[in-house]
Design a protein around this ligand. Sequence first.
Ligand code: ADP
Ligand code: MG
Length: 352
Amino acid sequence: MVLDRAGAVEQMNAQACRFFELPDAEAARGVALERLAGDEHRIARLARTVLASGLSAQESDLRLARRQDADALLDVAASPLFDARGDADGAVLVLRDRTLQKRLLQLEAERERFQALGQMAAGLAHEIKNPLGGIRGAAELLARRAADAKARETAELIVREATRIAALVEDLMVFARGEALKLRPVNIHEVLDGVLALIGLDELSAGVAVERSYDPSLPEFLADPDRLTQVFLNLARNAVQAMAPAGGSLVVATRMTLDHRVTTPGGRLVPTLAVWIEDTGPGMAEDVRRQATTPFFTTRSGGTGLGLAVADYWVTQHGGMLHLDSELGRGTRARVTLPLRRAGAAAAPGVR
Ligand SMILES: Nc1ncnc2c1ncn2[C@@H]1O[C@H](COP(=O)(O)OP(=O)(O)O)[C@@H](O)[C@H]1O
Ligand SMILES: [Mg+2]
């Protein structure tokens, strides 16, 4: 993109327009870069520095927040332009997209992390399950034979807690089994309606108004419907829990996009399906948002911290991505993108 000496956009190519979510260069012409990116954004500062000093400069890993899409990660090289008299007369900014590269690295790291977690889970399950079964059985026996109410309550507490641990270990086993996806043609709206029906049964969802915004033109695509149900159930549950007890509104939206370079090597554009689950809950602080998909990270008493980790796992297995956007006091938007793999299409990119 080219800036004039005041820092306003003179020219912008299609790629740059996409970074800034502008329909075309016309929409940007004459607009100050500060207004596009924000005054204090590093790209704005970089441009100011170059315009003021007349020297080239560059910055890497600039994050550009976007409304429609996941944040973009850019390397930017800025060089001054000079007029015929040799006076500074604007700047050229070359934007290089690092999102894909970063995402591939991240995906690899994530797979390694899940693998390590899987090994740990398998070991844990092996060591814990049998003794736990013993404890539960013994406590059940104690409860039945208890001489008084106090003793029975205590024994029942042991049963309950042992059951809870068993369920936790079972959840963890998701990472250990390395189960393959069972792909078949899926209608995403049926999956989402199923999830909403399940959520509707939840007593927490009493004050929640559900708004569906489905794109009816979405075709069936190859995916594992049971796993996707689990993904969206975990996301919708979090949304409902976040809004309890006051309630609020839950938006479930689907869209087709072309923009997302999911995980194809070489960064080909793949038709992509996007699903949003949006709530009007309290939102998350940035450090919570960043850790939210980490296994066992939870801020809820009684939470396991596995909901988002499991969701992220299955989305990743589908070759897709899970993004969380959140603002304190405004709410949270979980955005899942999945490669739209048509039935009968060749083997899936990014799916193992
Ligand atoms: N929709 C949401 N709104 C606010 N915070 C959320 C939302 N979804 C997830 N979180 C935060 O992320 C954490 C991890 O979520 P999750 O992995 O589902 O585990 P759990 O629900 O057991 O706490 C939650 O404890 C909460 O702090
Ligand atoms: Mg949860």
